[in-house]
Design a protein around this ligand. Structure first.
Ligand code: GLY
Length: 587
């Protein structure tokens, strides 16, 4: 029998007692007091304990999925760089030390909020090659093939190098060569393989063994062993060329030539013209409020910002406060809000250059009020069975950075599935994405997983495929930076990111608890409330079933990395669900 779940309203003595770190140059302790945090009791059997400590830095904090990459960011801040310099350093370092998702052969989204109040987002999502066509992944019978997932045809035109370089040129303070130095060093001189990389390679050996990664990441079919000093000379050369020549080395120079030659050999469709035409786009952030807090998040071509905003607006409209955390009422309300926001997401969103995205409507308070009214507290609403559904890749990586001046960057980047398309370009040393699978290969028809997806996200040449990435920056009601957050995990990015926000704002959890709290997910179709195993009490589960929800338990929902302001500095938490060498780096 699991214990019932409740939030204690007493402030955590432990936190109240913790002395702020001593004053030092660049100390970022200014800003209004953070409301006292409250203790939480997790359900019996839940995999994490409440009340754990987060990493603390009195000057700056970086949280990513790979500690060597976080350290690369620290090195840059210590050398005088700002959060954007550090974020770009982390991004390139992840391409070296976290090849399952870190990349230069993929794309991503970055949200920036500078301490002087400027905010920006940059969209460096991949785009469909010019030779792409609506039905390119359908067989003769009109059924989707797996060519959008694996192999040379699966790749969109990579945006990572263009995006990171563009962000640096506008908001950074260092040169590309300076911020890329840690990544180049780790590629050239090597880094020590950890057990996470080993297990990740081991579980991907069938997939990766079909292409050239088998000669680099495996020795006679055996993955690189933990403790191996792993050098990547081809990647080091590529990074050095980008550092020396700028992104043109990738899009117009020898790196791009090598990429295109490999595509031609392997049957891919990316051409020199595709690379030359690629542009990262600055976009106006979605700026919204939630219970007096301000959020900056990502507009399309990611759906993430709209869906996070729409969901939180529905929850705000549903009442002055949320139900007690972890109860059936809580799970029903959250699930119902997500369900409604995902119905819109799945049918209405796509690349705004191709589709008229009703952003103003979907993010408006008035619209959320109308949706909140449709939630019956005692009965779940079925999702229309002809609704559209997403199938997103299940990897990706997010990192959050705050520097010693209070500048903040939230970045999510991906190859889509782990190691992308599995195509490794051995002459230039990196994996290519399989982001074409984020399009609806067969709009209106069930795909290979039996799912139906929306017309707005159909394939077209030059179009960005819809993403769920949700890098988000939250300010407190006084306008001070509070939280930098985002996630990996396909559509679960949206639900996990927003639940960390709710845990911090509504439930006043510490960041450590907010990150460890069990997560739930609803994406409209399948019409199922997904919950982490042992993440509901017996009582709450019985309650949501009574209300009409189908419940499905899952091993883990998403992979979040977050930074939060606390008294005297910053706390950082790297996703506890994945373990390994994910990590924070701080001073
Ligand atoms: N490939 C995952 C996403 O963009 O949402």
């Amino acid at each position: 029998m699991r214990a019932s779940l409740r939030l204690l309203v007493v402030p955590l003595a432990l936190l109240a007692c913790r002395a702020p770190a001593p004053s030092s140059a660049g100390l970022r302790s200014a800003g209004p007091a953070i409301p006292a945090r409250r203790a939480v009791t997790f359900p019996d059997g839940w995999r994490f304990k409440a009340g754990e400590k987060a990493a603390f830095g009195d000057r700056f904090m970086i949280a990513s999925n790979q500690v060597l990459a976080s350290n690369a960011g620290s090195e840059i801040v210590e050398a005088g760089g700002n959060a954007v310099d550090a974020a770009v350093a982390v991004g390139f370092a992840l391409a070296v030390t976290y090849p399952v998702a870190g990349n230069i052969g993929g794309g991503g989204f970055m949200v920036i909020r500078m301490a002087d109040g400027r905010s920006a987002t940059i969209d460096y999502r991949e785009i469909a090659p010019l030779a792409a066509s609506r039905n390119m992944y359908l067989d003769a019978a009109g059924n989707p093939t797996n060519e959008s997932i694996i192999g040379y045809k699966a790749s969109g035109v990579p945006g990572a190098v263009a995006g990171m370089a563009e962000a640096l040129s506008k908001y950074g303070s260092m040169s590309l060569a300076q911020v890329m130095a840690p990544a180049i060093r780790m590629a050239r001189d090597g880094f020590v393989v950890d057990s996470s990389l080993y297990y990740s390679l081991r579980s991907s050996s069938g997939y990766l063994g079909r292409f050239d990664a088998k000669d680099v990441f495996y020795d006679n079919g055996e993955p690189l062993k933990p403790g191996t000093l792993f050098k990547q000379p081809a990647l080091a050369r590529t990074l050095q060329q980008i550092a020396d020549q700028g992104p043109s080395a990738f899009y117009r120079g020898t790196v791009g030539d090598s990429l295109v030659a490999a595509m031609q050999r392997g049957g891919g469709i990316i051409t020199k013209r595709d690379l030359e035409q690629y542009t990262a786009l600055w976009r106006t952030p979605i700026k919204s409020t939630y219970r007096g807090y301000t959020m900056f998040t990502m507009p399309p071509s990611s759906s993430g910002g709209i869906v996070v905003t729409e969901t939180l607006n529905i929850l705000e409209a549903a009442g002055d406060s949320l139900p007690t955390w972890g109860t059936a009422a809580y799970a029903h309300l959250l699930g119902s809000a997500y369900q409604r926001a995902f119905i819109d997401r799945n049918s209405k969103l796509g690349d705004p250059a191709f589709v008229n995205v009703p952003l103003e409507q979907l993010t408006s308070k008035r619209y959320a009020q109308s949706l909140a009214k449709t939630i019956d507290p005692d009965r779940k609403t079925p999702t229309p069975s002809d609704g559209a559904q997403i199938v997103d890749g299940m990897h990706t990586t997010h990192y959050s950075v705050v520097d010693d001046k209070g500048n903040a960057v939230a970045t999510t980047t991906t190859l889509n599935n782990g190691y992308g398309s599995a195509v490794y370009l051995k002459n230039v040393g990196f994996f290519m994405n399989d982001e074409m699978d984020d399009f609806a290969s067969a709009p209106g028809k069930p795909n290979m997983f039996g799912l139906v997806q929306g017309e707005a996200n159909a394939i077209a040449p030059g179009k960005r495929m819809l993403s769920a990435m949700s890098p988000t920056i939250v300010l407190d009601p006084q306008g001070e930076l509070l939280l930098v957050v985002g996630a990996a995990g396909g559509p679960r990015i949206i639900t996990a990111t927003s639940q960390v926000i709710l845990n911090v704002i509504d439930y006043r959890m510490t960041l450590a608890d907010a990150m460890r709290a069990p997560r739930l997910h609803h994406q409209a179709l399948p019409d199922t409330l997904m919950v982490e195993t042992n993440g509901l009490t017996t009582e709450a589960e019985a309650g949501v079933r009574r209300i009409g929800h189908a419940v499905r338990y899952l091993g883990g929902l998403a992979n979040v990395n977050a930074v939060m302001r606390v008294a005297g500095g910053w706390e950082g938490v790297s996703e506890p669900r994945v373990g390994g060498t994910g990590g924070t780096s701080a001073r």
